[in-house]
Design a protein around this ligand. Structure first.
Ligand code: ISL
Length: 639
């Protein structure tokens, strides 16, 4: 691929996958029509003219950095328009994420556990789940609820024993379901024996398993990279006079992927779990494993835009493809397993390069850009708009090609509940839950349902910072108070986006603690559990839970909803992408489904003719001439 320099034309630069993704992000943020831009005179200008186009806001130095970053991608844009879809079990599967700490407690200590999960397997099977992903269950001091692993070969004490795990795996398989583990291999806990040894001496055999920099005599961190959980990303170790990198909490130390011995130890561990019979992995922040080895300071403009420094030097590092390919060859090759990389921030073209079925890296990636209406972020107080979110998802549907498979999610353990995000006053709580179900089960891709999403669970009703448990939320609160906010102001800000909202106990019934535990729950149970709980929703025909069940069944019975083409339906009057209604067709071997979604909270005129269509599922329990708030309908064409 041609190297991008300051003299390359903008249109030529866009042949680079990273540049195209970047351009895509900018155009959607400013609502620029890409096709018009490509034909415009501006596209013919050189990269260096961005300086004058932006009145100097983007200076020459930033542009040089940008060229350096873009040139690190050696692969051209993947052209897969004529490819045939390869059928795989994980393309057909409905995934369900369990956050074990909050799912079901079996022994009354207030913390969910493995035996609790076993108790609920029949419920998941009934729902139609094919594959369960459990957030980390390995041994951990729990600085970040298990995302800080101290022993990859052992189970967290609160969750049970390895024998419990083996039983879980067995019980899952007995029911014809699959189980995937959470694989956290960008970092380990500082209590992992590798790090315990590494910090003893520079000569220790494990020292180079982590990322160290000598102090330059100033006792200041080696660069300005920040930790996602506040403060510098470097810890100082006095005995070594060295700094060690941690992109997350102070107890989550980044592994040095440049070290081949460390990589071999990781592959050995992955093979150990696969040999045990697990069906694959969700891979935590996997796009962060390759860092630019000169560890540069952040680019000021990027820092200014994101209010965060450093990510540009590791979010898609120079050896990422190489490491993932190696991992694939040494652990996944020849096995029918799935790997889902958590790759926040990556765009369509780079994600394609990570997941195309002929590249042998990952099976799928998670992208989260639709979970907030950019430029709003998770901690902003704003009204979430499905129109913006679905427009983004549709773009992936139309451009992701046949060699790659999208993931479809609205919730996970790191984000507030969608019902609360899209509707603070809960006027349309169930309608919103059903809209998400419709998108996840009728778009092309692998649906990932997060525990409680199927019963329309909402945000936690925390009253003060004492109710919060998450390291990110607590550190953020402390920092805001240090910067001069009152505790009340700081709490309100944290409440907009705390990850604890998704971590309140699963609501099983209307008994004490929602049937989650007999003891004292580790985090507050939501008060609304007496209305929103599994037991009640199972008996209510029009409940979100029964809607999920119905659509899962529909998807399983109709391949068109899995492998079918995805095509927007445009009327003469409106381009659907600009309207309040999203309408699309899924088609396979002559079998056609039409889906209409009212993306807004207002009643809207229907614009497709439904006369020759058979209504087979609706989020409302009786039909109407107009589309009611967030109404979704699925039709089949009748011949
Ligand atoms: O919440 C975020 C930062 O404010 C996200 O960037 C999040 O940290 C990111 O998506 C990575 O998440 C994963 O790795 C973290 C862990 O805390 C999260 O729970 C996990 O999903 C570190 O292991």
């Amino acid at each position: 691929m041609e190297k991008i320099t300051l003299d390359t034309s903008l249109s030529d630069a866009m042949k680079n996958p990273m540049a195209k993704d970047l351009f895509d992000a900018i155009t959607s943020l400013f609502d620029i029509d890409v096709n018009k831009f490509k034909k415009s005179k501006v596209a013919k200008l050189k990269v260096k003219s961005i300086k004058s186009l932006t009145a100097g806001v983007i200076d020459k130095k930033t542009l040089k950095y940008a060229c350096e970053l873009l040139n690190s991608e050696k692969n051209p844009i993947l052209d897969d328009r004529s490819a045939k879809i390869e059928k795989k079990w994980w393309k057909e599967a409905v995934f369900y994420q369990i956050y074990p700490r909050s799912f079901k407690d079996s022994d009354g200590d207030g913390i969910g556990d493995i035996r609790g999960i076993i108790e609920k397997l029949d419920y998941l099977k009934e729902l139609g789940v094919d594959c369960i992903w459990c957030s980390p269950m390995y041994k951990s001091p729990n600085d970040d609820n298990g995302y800080d692993i101290s022993d990859y070969y052992d189970i967290m004490t609160e969750f049970g024993t390895m024998a419990d795990f083996d039983e879980l795996l067995d019980e899952v398989h007995k029911r014809g379901m699959k189980l995937i583990m959470d694989l956290v291999i960008n970092h380990t806990s500082d209590e992992h024996e590798w790090f315990e040894q590494a910090k003893q001496s520079k000569d220790d055999e494990y020292h180079d398993y982590y990322i160290w920099k000598d102090d330059d005599g100033t006792k200041t961190p080696p660069n300005d990279w920040q930790s996602f959980f506040k403060g510098s990303a470097w810890n100082y170790y006095e005995n070594l006079d060295q700094w060690a990198l941690h992109l997350f909490s102070k107890k989550q130390m980044d592994l040095n992927w440049e070290n081949p011995k460390m990589r071999q130890d990781i592959y050995k561990m992955i093979n150990w779990w696969l040999n045990k019979g697990v069906d694959g992995f969700r891979m935590d922040v996997i796009n962060f494993i390759s860092k630019w080895q000169n560890f540069p300071n952040s680019v000021p403009l990027v820092q200014h835009i994101f209010g965060f420094s450093g990510t540009e030097w590791y979010f898609y590092g120079p050896r990422l493809h190489e490491f993932l390919h190696e991992l694939n060859m040494q652990a996944f090759k020849g096995r029918d397993c799935v790997s889902v990389g958590e790759c926040g921030g990556l765009g369509i073209e780079t994600s394609k390069l990570l997941t195309a079925d002929n590249r042998n890296e990952l099976s799928m990636v998670f992208n989260f850009d639709h979970l907030d209406n950019l430029p709003h972020g998770r901690y902003d107080d704003y009204h979430y708009d499905f129109k913006i979110a679905l427009k983004h998802l549709v773009k992936w549907q139309l451009n992701y090609g046949n060699r790659c498979w999208p993931t479809l999610l609205f919730e996970n353990h790191d984000n507030p509940r969608i019902t609360s995000k899209a509707d603070k006053y809960y006027a349309f709580r169930e309608e919103i839950a059903k809209l998400c179900a419709t998108v996840q089960l009728t778009f092309r891709g692998a649906p990932f349902i997060y525990q409680g999403q199927e019963i329309a669970m909402a945000n936690g009703d925390f009253k003060s910072v004492e109710d919060l448990r998450d390291v990110e939320a607590i550190n953020m609160f402390v920092e805001l108070v240090e910067k001069g906010k009152t505790p009340q102001e700081a709490f309100e800000k944290v409440m907009c986006g705390t990850r604890d909202h998704a971590r309140t106990p699963m609501q099983w019934d209307d008994s004490k603690n929602a049937g989650f535990t007999e003891g004292t729950p580790w985090i507050k149970v939501n008060k609304d559990a007496f209305v929103y709980n599994v037991k009640d929703e199972l008996t209510r025909d029009d409940s979100p839970l029964n809607y999920y069940k119905k659509l899962i069944k529909l998807r399983k019975e109709n391949e068109a909803l899995i492998y079918g083409t995805f095509e927007l339906i445009k009327s003469n009057r409106i381009d659907v992408q600009d309207s309040d209604i999203l309408c699309f067709k899924r088609e396979l071997d002559g079998e056609k489904f039409i889906v209409e979604i009212n993306m807004v909270r207002r009643t809207r005129k229907r614009y497709i003719d439904t006369e020759n269509l058979e209504l087979i599922a609706s989020s409302y329990d009786y039909p109407a001439k107009t589309l009611r708030p967030y109404e979704c309908n699925i039709y089949k064409t009748v011949y």
